[in-house]
Every structure is written in structure tokens, then in C-alpha cells.
Design a binder for this molecule. Structure first.
Ligand SMILES: [Zn+2]
Length: 308
């Protein structure tokens, strides 16, 4: 059970083995005591964004990690075998669903994991879904509308409480405080975007990540550089996109950190527009974009600066 990587903790392992032996021999020390300090609940999320939301609600009671590393691409992610071990050992698995991170299902099957899987994006109460890219029924990027991220947080709270009832009051308090911060963030994002003239609030997005963000904060997505994740645009597609940019006069092109900016840069140069090369959608990054709140602040500020 304990591999060579556990060697520095050999004393703890010996104690655990000794306790296990005592329990096996019927020498329990009483039903109210537990063998050593209780371990943090292990939560494994598909992306850094969801991992951050879990950390905000779970606090010190959870140890959370992301399968896709920061800066990684979730749609086309190909998990290595080492990820299966982490999935197998998790107490709770957290994913978005709606085609974003379906590869987790294969990982669960391959690893024999039996943890509960929390699906944040499917049938989210109160959500008005927007049609997705080719091949998906509904666009999965709900979290980029902060009010929907608040729905994710409620689901995370409920799942943590179910998995760890002893932490119920902690999870309730953390979720309530965090939801309050998200409501302030939502109000700030709306007022910042509304300060920009309506006609100017138009962009070319990189992939189809922004329909919920656009609807919530009053932005028009005039075109996409990637027709679908993992699908390079053809020369004909790029040519018609450039025509569309010239025809509509849209000035700002967004490139996202998990994709190469080369094509977006070419398109922005070709059309004389502004390129925002460090936009965040599906992944967190280095500070100040190392949290979900940081991501939203960064994106709104980058868009507002480019559109002004
Ligand atoms: Zn995406």
C-alpha cells in the first residue's frame, strides 16, 4: 500500500501498521478514539479553477489538487498513468461535465476509483444554458459567469458536508463568506464593463469559452479563432474570420494562456487590432491569477483596458 515515496514517513507507517494489527486482534482502544490525528479529506478536481473553489469552501479540512496543471488545456487533456493513482486515492472527485472534462470518466474506470464524483456544471439550478460547440449540447463554461460559480460553490459545500459531516459548520461558514465575496466580484465586473460604451464591447475570442461571461457582463463575441477544441482552423476559416473582423470593425482579439498566441497575433496584426495575449478562462496561472477571483478580476481589467 505504501510505496517507496512514503519512506520519510516510515515511523507513521509503523504506527499505522501497529494500530491496524491491534484492531485486527480485537484490542481496540475504545470506540471514541481514532488512530492519530485525522487526515485532511483528499479532493481531486479536473482543473485549477475548480480546485480553487474547493479550497475556498474546504479550508484546512481538505487537501485539494488539480489533474490538469495550471496553464494546461482541459478539453484535450490526456492524463498520464500517475494521475490514475491520485484519482484512486481521492475521497471526492470534482469535475465540470458537459464535455469539458469527460476524460475523468475513463480515469475513474482505469483506476478503479470509488470516490463520489461531483459534477458541477450539469443541471445547475437556475442556470440558463447556451448551446455549445459542435458535438456538445450545452456550452460547459458556466463558471465564467460569477453568479454560476456561486452555484458551483453551493454544490461543493453540499458534497463536502456529505463526505465529511463533522466539518458541516465549517463548510457552511466558508461557503457563505466566499459567496458574499463572489457577489461583490459580480457587481464589480458588471459595473466595470458597463462603463465601456456598448458599441465598443466586442471581441474575437480564442475558443468558445465566453458565452456565459459575455451574457453576464455585456460583451459581444463576434468570432472565434478555434472552431472547436483540438481542431486547428483551416486557412479558409481564418480568411473568413479576418473578413468578418474587417466588416464589423471589431478591434480586440483575445488569446488564452493555454493556447499558442501565434495565430491570434497574426490575425490581430493582419487586421490592425489589439491583441490581449494573456486571457484566462479554463485555467489559473501565477499570482495575481492564482485564484478564481483573481482570474475574473484579471480578465475584466484586461478587456476593459483593451476596449477603452
Ligand atoms: Zn474551454
Amino acid at each position: 500500500m505504501l510505496g517507496p515515496h512514503a519512506r520519510p514517513f516510515v515511523d507513521a507507517a509503523l504506527v499505522a501498521a501497529l494500530v491496524a494489527a491491534l484492531v485486527a486482534a480485537g484490542c481496540t482502544a475504545g470506540s471514541s478514539s481514532s488512530p492519530g490525528p485525522s487526515r485532511a479529506m483528499s479532493v481531486v478536481a479536473t482543473t485549477t479553477v475548480f480546485a480553487d473553489l474547493v479550497a475556498r469552501v474546504g479550508g484546512e479540512r481538505v487537501s485539494v489538487s488539480s489533474l490538469v496543471p495550471k496553464g494546461g488545456e482541459v478539453h484535450t487533456f490526456d492524463p498520464t498513468p500517475s494521475k490514475a493513482t491520485r484519482v484512486a486515492e481521492a475521497d471526492l472527485l470534482v469535475m465540470n461535465g458537459l464535455g469539458l472534462d469527460d476524460w475523468l470518466g475513463r480515469l475513474v474506470t482505469d483506476s478503479g476509483a470509488r470516490a463520489t464524483i461531483l459534477v458541477l456544471g450539469e443541471d445547475l439550478p437556475g442556470a440558463r444554458y447556451i448551446e455549445g460547440e459542435e458535438g456538445t449540447q450545452r456550452n460547459p463554461h458556466l463558471w465564467l459567469d460569477v453568479s454560476y460559480a456561486e452555484g458551483y460553490v453551493a454544490r461543493i459545500r453540499d458534497a463536502l458536508k456529505a463526505a465529511d459531516p463533522a466539518g458541516g459548520t465549517t463548510y457552511d461558514a466558508n461557503a457563505e463568506a466566499y459567496a458574499g465575496r463572489l457577489r461583490e466580484l459580480d457587481t464589480w465586473a458588471k459595473s466595470t464593463m458597463q462603463a465601456i460604451p456598448v458599441d465598443a464591447r466586442r471581441v474575437i475570442a480564442f475558443h468558445d469559452a465566453l458565452p456565459y461571461f459575455a451574457r453576464a457582463y455585456g460583451l459581444e463575441i463576434v468570432g472565434l479563432i478555434l472552431p472547436a477544441p483540438g481542431q486547428d482552423p483551416s486557412a479558409g476559416y481564418v480568411a473568413s474570420l479576418i473578413d468578418e473582423i474587417r466588416r464589423t470593425g471589431v478591434r480586440v482579439t483575445l488569446s488564452e494562456v493555454q493556447f499558442s498566441p501565434a495565430l491570434a497575433r497574426t490575425i490581430a496584426t493582419e487586421t490592425g487590432g489589439t491583441l490581449v495575449s494573456d486571457f484566462y478562462s479554463d485555467t489559473l496561472g501565477d499570482p495575481p491569477v492564482d485564484s478564481y477571483e483573481g482570474l475574473i478580476r484579471w480578465d475584466v481589467e484586461r478587456i476593459a483596458a483593451a476596449l477603452r
